[in-house]
Design a protein around this ligand. Structure first.
Ligand code: ACO
Length: 317
């Protein structure tokens, strides 16, 4: 169906450490680190999400050694681009000077895996060959910086991957669960054309329920992989999980009785970057030369919707 031939990432320059939040709300470095593992996050204070997504895309294209003209499709996943229209994918397409179709999808934190699923279907149907996937998020736009229970968690960033025809995707499964009220942010725009009353527009989350949903999602995906591919957690070399927070990842790791080094993380530096977290992490490991040809990667994400998605990919670059 597909294989990954290039990865890229980009984060904004401004870094907010935990002391930054101690000045904003009633919190402490100790609380944030012990509950989430997050130490810093990057926030887009200047420039656009398009520029950030463009940088990640450019890095992925260079890494794949292909030109924008070789692309058949661009898929962006994001909670929201810079505009309601044009889409973020069209904005990036224009900036990299590609000529292919481009569209956005929104599957919250599971957006990268949803995008892989869409790309896999289109490549398998021989509709497109080279697909650029970008997951770019500006969560700072939706964060209420007076709400200590959410503002410390999120960061901005972009991750990208170029995929093409190949046999590396061994398993992919995306889905949804009930629970739209557990994690949401409305648009912040007036919904009523006459009153023009603005909605609040901030992220609202039931943390403990999302924690349960996250751990159950990943653990049941691992079980399903075991059934369908006859492989065990021990056979997987890298667990690239959505980087919501360290405690979720640690709970999963301990349940699976796996060593820490198989669970790389970037939430301590970048916070929860929603759909961008997995491709950003994948790019870091790729550039550090950590992946070896034939390594089995398990990717799993969960998010507002509630969306979920998991896949197993053989590293074949
Ligand atoms: N600093 C200090 N105290 C805080 C903070 C803070 N930043 N945030 C909350 N608290 C307080 C609460 O007010 C509460 O105080 P109270 O007992 O006096 O009412 C206390 O800490 C415990 O609150 P809980 O929400 O129960 O804290 P919990 O231990 O569950 O940790 C957390 C909160 C980290 C959000 C946890 O629920 C969690 O990890 N949830 C998973 C959800 C997640 O990570 N979501 C990320 C986005 S969603 C996604 O990516 C899919």
């Amino acid at each position: 169906m597909l294989k990954i031939i290039g990865t890229g990432r980009a984060v904004p320059d401004f870094i907010a450490d935990n002391a930054f939040f101690e000045r904003l709300v009633d919190t402490s470095d100790e609380w944030i680190v012990s509950r989430t593992g997050i130490k810093t996050r990057h926030i887009l204070t200047e420039g656009s999400l398009t520029e950030l997504a463009f940088k990640a895309a450019k890095n992925a294209l260079d890494n794949a050694n292909i030109k924008p003209n070789d692309l058949d499709l661009i898929i962006c996943s994001s909670l929201q681009g810079d505009y309601i229209t044009p889409s973020l994918a069209c904005c990036v397409k224009s900036k990299i000077k590609a000529t292919c179709p481009a569209f956005d999808i929104n599957a919250a934190c599971a957006g990268f895996i949803y995008s892989l699923n869409v790309a896999a279907g289109l490549i398998k149907s021989e509709i497109y060959n080279n697909v650029l996937i970008i997951s770019a998020e500006r969560l700072s736009k939706f964060v209420d910086y007076t709400d200590r229970s959410t503002c410390v968690l999120f960061g901005d960033g972009a991750g990208a991957a170029v995929v093409t025809e190949g046999n590396a995707l061994r398993y992919i499964n995306v889905g949804t669960e009930e629970g739209i009220e557990l994690l949401f942010a409305n648009s912040g725009l007036p919904q009523n054309c006459f009153t023009k009353k603005r909605e609040q527009g901030f992220i609202t989350m039931n943390g403990p329920e999302i924690f349960k949903f996250a751990t159950q999602t990943v653990l049941s995906a691992i079980k399903d992989v075991g059934k369908r591919l006859s492989i065990k957690a021990d056979d997987i070399k890298w667990f690239l999980l959505h980087q919501a927070n360290g405690r979720i990842i640690d709970t999963i790791r301990k349940t699976l009785k796996q060593p820490q080094e198989k669970f790389p993380e970037n939430h301590s530096k970048f916070g929860n970057t929603s759909a961008a977290s997995i491709p950003m992490l994948m790019d870091e490991l790729n550039r550090e030369g950590k992946f070896k040809k034939g390594d089995l990667l398990f990717l799993s994400a969960f998010g507002g919707g509630l969306t979920k998605g998991s896949c197993v990919i053989t590293w074949d670059k």
